[in-house]
Write a protein that binds this ligand. Sequence first.
Ligand SMILES: [Zn+2]
Ligand SMILES: [Zn+2]
Length: 153
Amino acid sequence: MNSEPFEAILSWLFLRPYAEYLADHTKSTAPKGTPSLCPLCGGKPQVGALRPEGDGATRSLICSLCATEWEYRRIVCPACGEEDVHKLAIYTAKEFNHVRVEACDSCRSYLKTVDLTKDGHAVPVVDELATIPLDLWAAEHSYQKLRTNVLGL
Ligand SMILES: [Zn+2]
Ligand SMILES: [Zn+2]
């Protein structure tokens, strides 16, 4: 007859991690502010994109797991939330005019962003893979990629 509390404790033990997972997950899907993780699956962004809008461009991030693309503020580090423009560096190489390395000097992470205002035919995920020299350059400057791609770079 005393099995009920025992079962309750058992189910709590089993359910708690799941509930915590759900809570964490729900937090990251809440459409407030600028989620730096995928609002659908919680994955890290693989690459950023700048898409033409009006006179300027909007920045978005593309999930490394499910390829969801979501809008993201332009001047903020997706890894640590740094908003100081002096700590957020943008590097470009003339070989890859439309792909840039967006690096953060606060947490030393970087993300490549494909600028579709410069090349409307670019495909961010493909161009991210096709610009390995930028990764090598970033590694040489001791920046760490937010999320390594399928090639491990
Ligand atoms: Zn995702
Ligand atoms: Zn950062």
